[in-house]
Design a protein around this ligand. Sequence first.
Ligand code: SAH
Length: 249
Amino acid sequence: MSLNNIRIVMINTSHPGNIGAAARVMKNMGLTRLYLVNPKQFPNYEATAMASGADDLLSQAIVCSSFEEALEGCRLVLGTTARERKIQHEFVNARDAGVLSISESQQHEVALVFGRERTGLTNDEIGLCHKLINIPTNPDYSSLNVASAVQIVSYEVMMSLHLLNQENVGLNANQNELDTEESADYASSENMERFYEHLQQTLIEIDFLHLEQSPQLMPKLRHIYNRIRLKQEELNILRGILSKTQKLK
Ligand code: SAH
Protein backbone atom coordinates (compact mmCIF):
# COMPACT_ATOMS: atom_id res chain seq x y z
CA MET A 1 0.00 0.00 0.00
CA SER A 2 1.30 3.45 -0.80
CA LEU A 3 0.33 7.11 -0.70
CA ASN A 4 0.99 7.69 -4.41
CA ASN A 5 -2.67 8.20 -5.28
CA ILE A 6 -3.15 11.06 -2.83
CA ARG A 7 -2.44 14.61 -3.94
CA ILE A 8 -2.43 17.82 -1.92
CA VAL A 9 -3.95 20.76 -3.79
CA MET A 10 -3.22 24.30 -2.53
CA ILE A 11 -5.32 27.05 -4.06
CA ASN A 12 -4.05 30.56 -4.74
CA THR A 13 -1.54 30.52 -1.88
CA SER A 14 -0.26 34.05 -1.08
CA HIS A 15 2.81 33.30 1.01
CA PRO A 16 5.44 31.14 -0.68
CA GLY A 17 6.72 30.18 2.79
CA ASN A 18 3.45 28.32 3.35
CA ILE A 19 4.01 26.29 0.18
CA GLY A 20 7.48 25.33 1.40
CA ALA A 21 6.24 24.50 4.90
CA ALA A 22 3.45 22.36 3.39
CA ALA A 23 5.97 20.48 1.21
CA ARG A 24 8.09 19.78 4.27
CA VAL A 25 5.25 18.32 6.34
CA MET A 26 3.98 16.33 3.37
CA LYS A 27 7.38 14.70 2.96
CA ASN A 28 7.50 13.99 6.70
CA MET A 29 4.21 12.14 6.34
CA GLY A 30 5.15 10.25 3.16
CA LEU A 31 3.07 12.30 0.71
CA THR A 32 4.80 13.49 -2.46
CA ARG A 33 2.31 14.97 -4.90
CA LEU A 34 1.76 18.72 -4.56
CA TYR A 35 -0.53 20.65 -6.94
CA LEU A 36 -0.50 24.45 -6.82
CA VAL A 37 -3.41 26.33 -8.37
CA ASN A 38 -2.34 29.86 -9.35
CA PRO A 39 0.14 30.41 -6.51
CA LYS A 40 0.91 34.12 -6.01
CA GLN A 41 4.70 33.58 -6.04
CA PHE A 42 6.25 30.31 -7.15
CA PRO A 43 9.01 29.19 -7.48
CA ASN A 44 10.36 31.40 -4.72
CA TYR A 45 13.34 31.37 -2.36
CA GLU A 46 11.10 31.54 0.73
CA ALA A 47 9.32 28.39 -0.38
CA THR A 48 12.66 26.63 -0.86
CA ALA A 49 13.95 27.84 2.51
CA MET A 50 10.85 26.65 4.37
CA ALA A 51 10.84 23.30 2.54
CA SER A 52 14.17 22.54 4.21
CA GLY A 53 15.18 19.39 2.36
CA ALA A 54 11.78 18.75 0.79
CA ASP A 55 12.68 20.87 -2.23
CA ASP A 56 12.34 17.75 -4.40
CA LEU A 57 8.58 17.99 -3.77
CA LEU A 58 8.67 21.64 -4.83
CA SER A 59 10.52 20.93 -8.06
CA GLN A 60 8.03 18.15 -8.89
CA ALA A 61 5.02 20.30 -7.89
CA ILE A 62 2.46 20.75 -10.64
CA VAL A 63 1.38 24.35 -11.15
CA CYS A 64 -2.16 24.59 -12.58
CA SER A 65 -4.12 27.51 -13.95
CA SER A 66 -7.48 26.21 -12.72
CA PHE A 67 -8.84 24.10 -9.90
CA GLU A 68 -10.46 21.75 -12.42
CA GLU A 69 -7.04 21.09 -13.96
CA ALA A 70 -5.64 20.16 -10.54
CA LEU A 71 -8.48 17.66 -10.03
CA GLU A 72 -7.99 15.79 -13.30
CA GLY A 73 -8.29 12.06 -12.76
CA CYS A 74 -9.58 12.34 -9.17
CA ARG A 75 -12.59 10.37 -8.01
CA LEU A 76 -12.69 11.66 -4.46
CA VAL A 77 -12.21 15.35 -3.68
CA LEU A 78 -12.08 16.46 -0.04
CA GLY A 79 -11.91 20.20 0.68
CA THR A 80 -10.79 21.65 4.01
CA THR A 81 -12.48 24.55 5.72
CA ALA A 82 -12.40 26.31 9.06
CA ARG A 83 -15.95 27.55 9.02
CA GLU A 84 -19.40 26.21 8.47
CA ARG A 85 -20.99 27.42 5.25
CA LYS A 86 -24.52 28.40 4.42
CA ILE A 87 -24.71 25.70 1.76
CA GLN A 88 -25.13 22.42 3.56
CA HIS A 89 -22.25 20.11 2.76
CA GLU A 90 -21.24 16.87 4.40
CA PHE A 91 -18.42 17.41 6.91
CA VAL A 92 -15.91 14.85 8.17
CA ASN A 93 -13.25 15.40 10.81
CA ALA A 94 -9.58 15.05 9.93
CA ARG A 95 -9.35 11.56 11.43
CA ASP A 96 -12.22 10.16 9.38
CA ALA A 97 -10.81 11.96 6.34
CA GLY A 98 -7.53 10.07 6.82
CA VAL A 99 -9.33 6.72 6.89
CA LEU A 100 -11.47 7.62 3.87
CA SER A 101 -8.48 8.86 1.86
CA ILE A 102 -6.50 5.70 2.48
CA SER A 103 -9.34 3.33 1.67
CA GLU A 104 -10.31 5.19 -1.52
CA SER A 105 -6.73 5.71 -2.68
CA GLN A 106 -6.29 1.96 -3.02
CA GLN A 107 -8.62 2.18 -6.03
CA HIS A 108 -8.30 5.66 -7.41
CA GLU A 109 -6.90 9.17 -7.12
CA VAL A 110 -7.84 11.32 -4.14
CA ALA A 111 -7.41 15.12 -3.80
CA LEU A 112 -7.10 16.91 -0.44
CA VAL A 113 -7.73 20.59 -1.07
CA PHE A 114 -6.54 23.61 0.94
CA GLY A 115 -7.77 27.17 0.47
CA ARG A 116 -6.40 30.70 0.49
CA GLU A 117 -4.78 32.01 3.68
CA ARG A 118 -7.33 34.77 4.19
CA THR A 119 -10.51 33.65 2.52
CA GLY A 120 -10.31 29.85 2.26
CA LEU A 121 -12.25 28.13 -0.54
CA THR A 122 -14.92 29.82 -2.66
CA ASN A 123 -18.43 28.37 -2.84
CA ASP A 124 -17.75 27.28 -6.43
CA GLU A 125 -14.66 25.41 -5.31
CA ILE A 126 -16.63 23.79 -2.49
CA GLY A 127 -19.12 22.75 -5.15
CA LEU A 128 -16.40 20.55 -6.68
CA CYS A 129 -15.72 18.76 -3.37
CA HIS A 130 -17.50 15.56 -2.37
CA LYS A 131 -17.08 16.29 1.33
CA LEU A 132 -15.46 18.92 3.51
CA ILE A 133 -12.89 18.24 6.18
CA ASN A 134 -12.97 20.29 9.35
CA ILE A 135 -10.15 20.06 11.87
CA PRO A 136 -11.85 20.43 15.24
CA THR A 137 -10.48 23.50 17.03
CA ASN A 138 -11.28 26.09 19.66
CA PRO A 139 -14.61 27.40 18.28
CA ASP A 140 -13.56 30.98 19.09
CA TYR A 141 -10.30 30.66 17.16
CA SER A 142 -10.75 28.05 14.47
CA SER A 143 -8.61 29.21 11.55
CA LEU A 144 -5.27 27.39 11.33
CA ASN A 145 -2.30 28.42 9.24
CA VAL A 146 -2.73 26.58 5.95
CA ALA A 147 0.55 24.62 6.30
CA SER A 148 -0.52 23.54 9.79
CA ALA A 149 -3.79 22.30 8.31
CA VAL A 150 -1.81 20.35 5.67
CA GLN A 151 0.29 18.92 8.52
CA ILE A 152 -2.69 17.66 10.51
CA VAL A 153 -4.54 16.15 7.58
CA SER A 154 -1.33 14.52 6.24
CA TYR A 155 -0.63 13.08 9.67
CA GLU A 156 -4.09 11.53 9.82
CA VAL A 157 -3.57 10.02 6.36
CA MET A 158 -0.24 8.54 7.45
CA MET A 159 -1.71 7.28 10.73
CA SER A 160 -4.59 5.63 8.96
CA LEU A 161 -2.20 3.84 6.57
CA HIS A 162 -0.15 2.72 9.53
CA LEU A 163 -3.20 1.26 11.30
CA LEU A 164 -4.44 -0.41 8.13
CA ASN A 165 -1.06 -2.05 7.54
CA GLN A 166 -1.23 -3.48 11.04
CA GLU A 167 -4.78 -4.77 10.55
CA ASN A 168 -3.95 -6.28 7.18
CA VAL A 169 -1.41 -8.68 8.59
CA GLY A 170 -2.99 -12.06 8.12
CA LEU A 171 -6.06 -10.75 6.28
CA ASN A 172 -7.68 -13.25 4.01
CA ALA A 173 -6.95 -12.58 0.32
CA ASN A 174 -10.51 -13.31 -0.86
CA GLN A 175 -11.84 -10.56 1.36
CA ASN A 176 -9.42 -8.13 -0.31
CA GLU A 177 -10.80 -9.02 -3.73
CA LEU A 178 -14.38 -8.42 -2.59
CA ASP A 179 -13.53 -4.97 -1.20
CA THR A 180 -11.82 -4.03 -4.45
CA GLU A 181 -14.85 -4.90 -6.55
CA GLU A 182 -17.23 -2.98 -4.33
CA SER A 183 -15.46 0.36 -4.22
CA ALA A 184 -14.22 0.57 -7.84
CA ASP A 185 -15.61 2.63 -10.71
CA TYR A 186 -16.60 5.98 -9.22
CA ALA A 187 -17.14 8.66 -11.86
CA SER A 188 -14.16 10.98 -12.36
CA SER A 189 -14.30 14.72 -11.61
CA GLU A 190 -14.09 15.49 -15.35
CA ASN A 191 -17.06 13.24 -16.11
CA MET A 192 -19.03 14.77 -13.24
CA GLU A 193 -18.33 18.23 -14.69
CA ARG A 194 -19.58 17.10 -18.14
CA PHE A 195 -22.68 15.72 -16.46
CA TYR A 196 -23.37 19.02 -14.65
CA GLU A 197 -23.00 20.92 -17.94
CA HIS A 198 -25.40 18.49 -19.61
CA LEU A 199 -27.85 18.74 -16.70
CA GLN A 200 -27.76 22.55 -16.72
CA GLN A 201 -28.23 22.68 -20.48
CA THR A 202 -31.19 20.28 -20.33
CA LEU A 203 -32.85 22.15 -17.46
CA ILE A 204 -32.55 25.38 -19.43
CA GLU A 205 -33.97 23.74 -22.57
CA ILE A 206 -37.02 22.34 -20.75
CA ASP A 207 -37.57 25.77 -19.18
CA PHE A 208 -36.98 24.57 -15.63
CA LEU A 209 -33.86 26.63 -15.00
CA HIS A 210 -33.42 30.37 -15.52
CA LEU A 211 -29.87 31.04 -14.38
CA GLU A 212 -30.47 34.64 -13.37
CA GLN A 213 -33.60 33.87 -11.35
CA SER A 214 -32.25 30.76 -9.60
CA PRO A 215 -28.48 31.00 -9.26
CA GLN A 216 -28.54 28.54 -6.35
CA LEU A 217 -30.19 25.67 -8.21
CA MET A 218 -27.04 24.22 -9.82
CA PRO A 219 -24.99 24.43 -6.56
CA LYS A 220 -27.84 22.63 -4.78
CA LEU A 221 -28.03 19.93 -7.45
CA ARG A 222 -24.26 19.49 -7.25
CA HIS A 223 -24.63 19.05 -3.53
CA ILE A 224 -27.21 16.29 -3.99
CA TYR A 225 -25.05 14.36 -6.46
CA ASN A 226 -21.87 14.88 -4.43
CA ARG A 227 -23.61 13.37 -1.45
CA ILE A 228 -24.44 10.23 -3.40
CA ARG A 229 -21.07 9.87 -5.17
CA LEU A 230 -22.09 8.36 -8.46
CA LYS A 231 -20.41 5.43 -10.12
CA GLN A 232 -19.59 5.82 -13.82
CA GLU A 233 -22.25 3.30 -14.77
CA GLU A 234 -24.90 5.30 -12.86
CA LEU A 235 -23.70 8.54 -14.44
CA ASN A 236 -24.18 6.96 -17.89
CA ILE A 237 -27.82 6.22 -17.03
CA LEU A 238 -28.43 9.84 -15.96
CA ARG A 239 -26.72 11.17 -19.11
CA GLY A 240 -28.95 8.84 -21.16
CA ILE A 241 -32.08 10.25 -19.48
CA LEU A 242 -30.88 13.81 -20.16
CA SER A 243 -30.22 13.06 -23.84
CA LYS A 244 -33.67 11.51 -24.24
CA THR A 245 -35.27 14.50 -22.46
CA GLN A 246 -33.49 16.89 -24.83
CA LYS A 247 -34.85 15.00 -27.84
CA LEU A 248 -38.44 15.21 -26.58
CA LYS A 249 -38.23 18.99 -26.47
N1 SAH B 1 -11.47 32.09 6.77
C1 SAH B 1 -10.90 31.00 6.06
C2 SAH B 1 -9.63 30.59 6.76
C3 SAH B 1 -8.62 30.22 5.81
S1 SAH B 1 -7.30 29.41 6.64
C4 SAH B 1 -11.89 29.81 6.04
O1 SAH B 1 -12.89 29.90 6.65
O2 SAH B 1 -11.66 28.77 5.42
C5 SAH B 1 -6.46 28.73 5.22
C6 SAH B 1 -6.79 27.29 4.91
O3 SAH B 1 -6.32 26.44 5.96
C7 SAH B 1 -8.25 26.96 4.75
O4 SAH B 1 -8.73 27.27 3.46
C8 SAH B 1 -8.21 25.46 4.98
O5 SAH B 1 -7.72 24.83 3.83
C9 SAH B 1 -7.19 25.32 6.09
N2 SAH B 1 -7.77 25.37 7.45
C10 SAH B 1 -7.55 26.31 8.39
N3 SAH B 1 -8.20 26.01 9.53
C11 SAH B 1 -8.85 24.85 9.30
C12 SAH B 1 -9.68 23.99 10.11
N4 SAH B 1 -10.00 24.27 11.36
N5 SAH B 1 -10.16 22.86 9.53
C13 SAH B 1 -9.85 22.54 8.25
N6 SAH B 1 -9.08 23.31 7.46
C14 SAH B 1 -8.56 24.43 7.98
